[in-house]
Design a protein around this ligand. Structure first.
Ligand code: GLA
Length: 354
């Protein structure tokens, strides 16, 4: 859990944005709710010095001092690179300098690396073995530094990365192309993850990309669906909005403890779609204490009724207790069937128990 600069700031991220974001996260309840990483995405990179050491550009005058600052807030700091000669935004990549860059990140005090394929496709063939070897190289380099650094594989799901991501030291891997701040983009990505469930587990996760919550392109109902879906998917929760100006309503969505508890459940089992009829779907996720998280999604624009039998949702014994995790209210249950109405593009997220 954390934050990443890309979705909101793109190339406008700088030292000040990172410091102010860390300040905000430490104070606004996000750190207390479990958000830890403050991640700098693309565009921090400068040129290499005469010995090949990567330098920052003028937006980041002193990366070590910045890392110290973020650490002083009780948070961790992430950075970004590419196995290609250039990053996606055409800044300096790590090609030919993998070990050296890993040592530099460790010396700066970096805790997280997002490693983005980008121009690597111009150097290497785009097949599974090559992808695996390229990511292994940086995985080994990070490991050799002796510093624990979360390794985020970003190659948009090429070469069935979920099958080998953990082997190269990956802690998370993107399963798709880039998300954007629209219902269309978010829902297309989120609702297409069911088949990947079995690859997620403690320490290594499917990553359907960063959150767009609070960036303005969706309604709050849609943002609650976004948050619920990512929690059901056991997805990394990397906020992507401006935390310096975040509204109380968006903060409530990002810091809903009951929803975060689903996302972070220690069993680490990702939800699967257990029921679908037209544009209505139900997803079920087993939890460590024997409860189930059940999400009733309505992908249509108009409100819709959903009427299901618990048995059809992969829950063999009809639950006796249910809590609505957005309304923070208990829900009355009536035996084997459950009938509810869900707003357009909305969700009803329940935690149910026997
Ligand atoms: C790719 C990644 C994005 C972001 C940009 C930065 O598109 O998928 O998440 O990191 O590069 O250039």
């Amino acid at each position: 859990m954390g934050w990443n600069s890309w979705n909101k700031f793109k190339s406008q991220v700088d030292d000040r944005v990172i410091r102010e974001t860390a300040d905000a996260m430490a104070k606004n309840g996000m750190k207390a709710a479990g958000y830890v990483y403050v991640n700098i995405d693309d565009t921090w990179e400068g040129k290499r010095d005469a010995s090949g050491n990567i330098q920052t550009n003028k937006k980041f005058p002193n990366m070590k001092a910045l890392a110290d600052y973020v650490h002083s807030k009780g948070l961790k700091i992430g950075i970004y690179s590419s196995p290609g000669p250039q990053t996606c935004a055409h800044y300096e990549g790590s090609y030919g300098h993998e070990e050296q860059d890993a040592r530099t990140y460790a010396a700066w005090g970096i805790d997280y690396l997002k490693y983005d394929w980008c121009s690597a496709g111009k150097i290497y063939p785009d097949d599974r073995n090559t992808l695996q070897a390229v990511y292994q190289k940086m995985g080994d380099a990070l490991h050799s530094t002796g510093r624990p650094i979360v390794f985020s594989l970003c190659e948009y799901g090429r070469g069935a990365v979920w099958e080998w991501g953990p082997d190269v030291g990956g802690n998370l891997w993107r399963t798709t192309g880039d998300i954007s701040d629209s219902w269309d983009s978010m829902s297309k990505i989120g609702f297409h993850q069911s088949n990947l469930a079995k690859w997620a587990g403690p320490g290594h996760w499917n990553d359907p990309d960063m959150l767009e919550i609070g960036n303005g392109g969706m309604t709050n109902t849609e943002y609650r669906t976004h948050m619920s879906l990512w929690a059901m998917l056991a997805a990394p929760l990397l906020a992507g909005n401006d935390l310096r100006t975040v509204s109380p309503e968006i903060l409530r969505i990002l810091t809903n403890r009951d929803v975060i508890a689903i996302d972070q459940d220690r069993e680490g089992k990702q939800a699967v779609r257990t029921w679908k009829s037209g544009e209505q779907e139900v997803w079920t996720r087993p939890l460590a204490n024997g409860d189930h998280a059940v999400a009733f999604f309505n992908r249509a624009a108009e409100p819709a009724k959903i009427n299901v039998a618990w048995q059809d949702l992969g829950i063999s014994k009809a639950p006796k207790h249910a809590r609505n995790l957005w309304l923070h209210k208990n829900v009355k249950l009536h035996g084997a069937q459950y009938l509810t109405e869900v707003p357009g593009h909305g969700v009803q997220l329940l935690r149910v128990s026997e």
